[in-house]
Design a protein around this ligand. Sequence first.
Ligand code: CMC
Length: 395
Amino acid sequence: TGYITLDEGFGNTGACESKITYIDGEKGKLFYRGVPIETLAENSTFIETAYLIIYGELPTRRQMSDFSQRVLRNANIHESMMHFFDGGFPFSAHPMAILSALLNSLGSYYPNMVTNEREHDLEYFDDAAALLISKVRTIVAMSYRMKNGLPLIYPKRDLGYSQNFLHMMFSEPYHEYYPHDDITKALDLILLLHADHEQNCSTSTVRIVASSGANLFASVSAGVCALWGPLHGGANTQVIKMLEEIHRNGGDVNKAIEDAKMGKKRLMGFGHRIYKTYDPRAMILKEAAQKVLKVVKSSDPVLDIAQTLAEKARNDDYFIERNLYPNVDFYSGIIMKAIGVPTEMFTAMFAIGRMPGWIAHWKEVAERVKGRITRPRQIYQGEIDVDYMRMRDRE
Ligand code: CMC
């Protein structure tokens, strides 16, 4: 094994070539297919950006209309899948467990789309991609309704992507929920800003599964499992948990800052492995968060604590010297809490946003002319030629 180089966590190993997303961590820049994230946040929508990420170019009017129609047509989930929400899972099931199971099961509901035969799967790719982008949102909303004992709300034909999600989450059978435009826009921005982030843990997982020839639905379902962990998509939940804990302990922000400085407890939602300056996604969401807080006229003390904490950390030498700025999870958590999305759903929301990225990476792997299955090596540290000891001799 002498020639194998150890790079635990793949911190310094390029595992693939990709044309989807570029991050310049020193300058705090993020590009989807070369387009700066700020430009997209200002001019685009989640669905248009999804098209850009998946197909490599911004859509023409015609392409956009076809893609949106395809997404819209797929908004409902197969009626027989509704049984999963009617006793198929216990109420206590985590939304990420429901999501990964149902995404994988989609392959069995639409067997014409995915067969694990590459040529066939690529032929049906456009249908499968639009179906996933649409249905992931419906599954997440329905899991929230089911878990809270609320009647299931079906998607509507005349609503945009993010508005339809808010409708499925918060409307009642005889009472429509009409979100303020700033709320819909903020949610759309959260999704857009999560749409891809190059070789993060879940995307690498999708690519590894895809490299074996597995179908799109199976591959993104594996991505959901990787995203679930607190070191990845789970961090947004931790931000609110931390803020609630500060509130329970009397709301003393200074103590939280001092504890972080002494290495007792990190400030969740601060710092980033790649960005050594402001996370450009956080910068955009900060503005959106301020608008949303104004609209909901929040009287939630936890949200006040968040604002005070960010302000204090911004002026504290410890955080300045270490380039610790609020990251995307800090502000996305604040927005989602303000609009009434329960903390337990945060990571599933991240999955809705990341879906276009996972799909684009699956396609990039599937279309490779010369692609090898991903099969890392290891540096074996165990013993060899160990004798088989009989059970009676093992005590
Ligand atoms: N609070 C307090 N101190 C911190 C924090 C923090 N959140 N993050 C880093 N530090 C300190 C750390 O103790 C170290 O100090 P010193 O040099 O005195 O030992 C210094 O800053 C450098 O830290 P590091 O561990 O080398 O930084 P890293 O790049 O390995 O870690 C991180 C990045 C995101 C894991 C870390 O900043 C962290 O744990 N943040 C809180 C969790 C969080 O918000 N995660 C979400 C990240 S964004 C999600 C995404 O993009 O997918």
